[in-house]
Design a protein around this ligand. Structure first.
Ligand code: PLP
Length: 358
């Protein structure tokens, strides 16, 4: 089976540290879970970094910091994994689905402007498949309209826009450490921010409500901590992100040169964007059924999947809000993500695609 992605970390990278952690008996709240978020913050160029158990809990935590009531609205990029909107729904606020560009797959600034009301508290901008195109424009609109910008950078570690890395731009940024991502601990998440007030709150809220210096329970909070072993895995990889991204960009270039002549259209990025290629995703030609192509590839032991989901078209949200966004729906139905990892046999995958379409 040619897999979609393989982890960039192996046993030999972590053998010594694993032994050290197990021998020490310090399985949580030790040096690795302290050092790893600091390293992530340093890498992306943010003042503060915090670990969580996933991007989902990171996003949920950030929305809790903003404080949402039942009348409040959160504007959400409509082309994403359902976690992006689930956290809004879970907190009792109203998600407002903002359509995306068919080229970059990211939130359309005009549609955002049109949908912001006085009830808008936050905007959840998604770096679709790791691509931060349009982020600066969205940040400007949010600033002007007094809306907190939370970047769902679940897929975007290593990406940047105008020379600034994802994680250093929005008010709060959330990363995922799930195995489909370039930096993985199995599960996990990171929040980065430059805002000292948010950072003070996060120190308390992520620690059961306890003030870190006095130990007094000055608030209520949660345990979204990451343990030592996964933190150590993350720390072992963070120094290699740029190298991993460069390799993926090369592999994606090989895909493009084979598939564009067949009518496949690669996800686009703005000129000022450096895209980490978390996913190698194409819009299939009109003459091709994406589902049939996926079925064909899988029958030839090649793993593939859709780009991602149209949130407003997920059964629950469609039934409740009846607000399906046309571009996001189009992308959900016409995109395919192909395997990408160190040493992926690009030509074998492209041969199979070519055999199917011709
Ligand atoms: C854009 C986006 N947001 C959020 C998530 C949720 O991440 P996690 O699995 O770490 O909770 C994902 C997962 O794929 C994602 O792609």
């Amino acid at each position: 089976m040619i897999q979609l992605i393989k982890p960039y970390v192996g046993f030999e990278d972590i053998r010594e540290q694993l032994e050290e952690i197990l021998d020490s008996g310090m399985l949580t709240k030790g040096k690795y879970s302290k050092a790893f978020p600091q390293k992530v913050a340093e890498y992306v160029g943010a003042r503060h970094g915090f670990l969580t158990t996933s991007a989902t809990t990171a996003l949920s935590m950030c929305l809790k910091l903003v404080g949402l009531g039942p009348e409040d609205e959160v504007l959400v990029s409509d082309f994403s994994f359902p976690a992006t909107v689930n956290v809004v729904e879970d907190l009792g606020a109203k998600p407002v689905f903002v359509d995306v560009s068919r080229e970059t797959f990211n939130m359309l600034p005009d549609d955002l402007e049109a949908k912001i009301t006085d009830r808008a508290k936050a905007c959840l901008f998604v770096d679709a498949l790791g691509n931060p195109s349009g982020l600066l424009e969205i940040a400007r609109i949010c600033r002007e309209r007094g809306v907190v910008l939370i970047e769902d950078a679940a897929c975007a570690i290593g990406s940047s826009v105008a020379g600034r890395k994802c994680g250093s731009i929005a008010d709060l940024t959330c990363f995922s450490l799930h195995p489909r991502k370039l930096l993985t601990c199995g599960e996990g998440g990171v929040i980065t921010t430059d805002d000292d007030d948010y950072a003070d709150l996060l120190r308390v809220k992520l620690n059961h409500g306890a003030d870190p210096s006095t130990g007094e329970f000055v608030s209520y909070g949660y345990n979204y901590r990451m343990a030592e072993i996964p933190s150590m895995m993350g720390l072992a990889q963070i120094g290699r992100i740029d190298e991993i991204v460069a390799e993926r960009r090369e592999e994606r270039g090989e895909y493009k040169s084979r598939l564009e002549p067949l009518g496949f259209v690669a996800q686009a990025a703005d000129d000022n964007v450096y895209h980490n290629m978390q996913s190698v995703t194409f819009v299939v030609p009109d003459s091709v059924s994406r589902d049939d192509l996926c079925g064909y590839l899988k029958s030839h032991d090649i793993e593939c999947t859709i780009g991602t989901y149209c949130l407003s078209d997920c059964v629950y949200y469609r039934d409740k809000y009846d607000s399906v966004q046309p571009n996001a729906k189009y992308l959900q139905d016409h995109t395919i993500t192909l395997p990408c990892y160190s040493g992926v046999p690009v030509s074998e995958v492209c041969d199979a695609v070519e055999a199917f379409v011709s």
